[in-house]
Design a protein around this ligand. Structure first.
Ligand SMILES: Cc1cc2nc3c(=O)[nH]c(=O)nc-3n(C[C@H](O)[C@H](O)[C@H](O)COP(=O)(O)OP(=O)(O)OC[C@H]3O[C@@H](n4cnc5c(N)ncnc54)[C@H](O)[C@@H]3O)c2cc1C
Length: 422
């Protein structure tokens, strides 16, 4: 075996979470080595919603000005019934919203966010970035870890951050060998030039059409030049270990009976690739020795609250801060990071699942949902406080009491944690 390269901090994975972690730690003066399996650092997919909690993290990562230049800041979140076209509820996200949470709600192209994080890492002499390094083996050595890649390169690291996404190899080492949970839903998504947008959509609104076992999200990205659409539906042909379900034909059959504006969107939605929807149940421990999880590797969630990347950004800021606050005691820093993040992200994961069920309700349940949502005062933001108002750096004590609450509500036999009312 080749001699292992000694590195103080090794981040596995150069997605949004991994790059944000590298950026955050470099801002605290740490040398960080990022390894990525792909031949290039890049993102696939289309748009990304960034709630105020993500912008708070991006401000701490000192990339907020760059992000602002490419993002769009809609005036309202609009929820519409995908069958009847009626307005269900609106959340104004202008000045009052910004004042409450300290930041607005942004939407942007995910490649733009990734590029800004990458540039920030490249500009730092403390960050080293390497591609074509697919990690195949990680050994916990107590106060260090040995990481081996498919090409034979090996690293001996004082700290390993597993930011290797949904199918994380690092997570397996922490005791979760189960496959991700497939929700039997798929997404088709992509961007088109703004000129091809349908009515109701535009730079002003983030539109969410919800209907029986489906939803469609539409919003502008890249300074308003492109229009992003994500069409999601449940397939009744789900087959484990097969890609032959959630097909384009099923997408068309599902969307054809819906409101004319939803149908119209079908013509412009990318069909070359589909994304199956997965999550995992919350994990009890994120740390083993000097190996720690971050982002989707730690808490993969359904995208229904649009929070996966937002939470990864919060993780990054939090990990760097608690390692720093714990001075030379890495174990204490990792414990504080885990304590601050585990319960909150579990709540986001499980609320995302629940919110998906609400959005995808059928029949009487959908009617009941619509009438309840219509009663909502648009300016009443209290429902969002726990998520958008959450400051992970100020939340250490709060997390402890939340943990107790979560444990009290744990559903027996399901390994699930029931969210308590926000
Ligand atoms: C349809 C859809 C819409 C979404 N919309 C939103 C949204 O609006 N807002 C939001 O906040 N979130 C959203 N998300 C979630 C968000 O995309 C993810 O939570 C986020 O990208 C996770 O980032 P990550 O860096 O943790 O993981 P990833 O982006 O998966 O990055 C992991 C990286 O690790 C690398 N890697 C994996 N294994 C290895 C290995 N063995 N060796 C080396 N490298 C490895 C991968 O190549 C990859 O680059 C959405 C998700 C989907 C599917």
């Amino acid at each position: 075996m080749a001699t292992a390269q000694r590195v103080p901090v090794l981040v596995i994975g150069g997605g949004i979470g991994g790059l944000a972690a590298a950026r955050a730690m470099s801002l605290k003066g740490r040398k960080v080595h990022v390894i990525e399996q792909a031949p290039e650092f890049s993102e696939i997919g289309a748009g990304l919603q960034l709630a105020p909690n993500a912008l708070r993290a991006l401000e701490r990562l000192q990339v907020l000005d760059e992000v602002r230049a490419d993002a769009v800041f809609p005036r309202q979140l609009l929820m519409l019934d995908a069958v009847s076209g009626e307005r269900i509820t609106t959340v104004p996200i202008g000045e009052a919203f910004k004042e409450r949470y300290g930041h607005p709600y942004a939407v942007m192209h995910r490649t733009d966010l990734h590029a800004h994080l990458l540039n920030a890492c490249r500009e730092s002499p403390l960050v080293t970035l390497e591609n074509n390094r697919a990690v195949v083996d990680i050994t916990d050595e107590g106060e260090a870890a040995l990481v081996r890649c498919a090409d034979g390169s090996t690293y001996h690291a004082d700290l390993v951050v597993g930011a290797d996404g949904l199918h994380s190899r690092t997570r397996k080492l922490l005791g979760d060998d189960a496959p991700p949970v497939c929700e039997e839903y798929v997404a088709y998504r992509g961007t088109v030039p703004m000129a091809q947008m349908t009515e109701l959509a535009g730079n002003d609104s983030m539109v969410g059409w919800i209907g029986p076992e489906m939803h469609l999200v539409q919003y502008p990205v890249r300074r308003g030049e492109l229009f992003n659409q994500v069409a999601v539906f449940r397939s009744h042909n789900y087959k484990p270990d097969s890609d032959d379900w959630g097909t384009v034909e099923e997408l068309e059959a599902k969307f054809t009976p819906l409101h004319r504006l939803v149908r119209a969107s079908l013509e412009t939605i990318g069909r070359d690739r589909r994304w199956a929807m997965y999550d995992r149940p919350p994990l009890d421990s994120w740390v083993r020795g000097r190996i720690v999880l971050l982002g989707d590797a730690a808490h993969p969630m359904l995208q229904y609250l649009a929070q996966g990347a937002c939470q990864a950004l919060e993780d990054a800021v939090c990990l760097a801060e608690f390692l720093d606050r714990s001075l030379n005691d890495t174990d204490a820093g990792l414990r504080r990071y885990q304590d601050a993040r585990r319960v909150h992200t579990a709540r986001v994961q499980l609320t995302a699942r629940f919110f998906g069920e609400v959005c995808h309700a059928t029949g009487v349940a959908a009617m009941f949902r619509n009438s309840l949502f219509r009663l909502r005062d648009p300016e009443d933001y209290r429902l969002f406080d726990w998520l958008y108002g959450h400051d992970p750096l100020a939340a250490e004590k709060e997390s402890d009491s939340q943990a107790v609450n979560w444990l009290r509500h744990r559903s027996p036999g399901t390994n699930a944690v029931t969210p308590y009312p926000g």
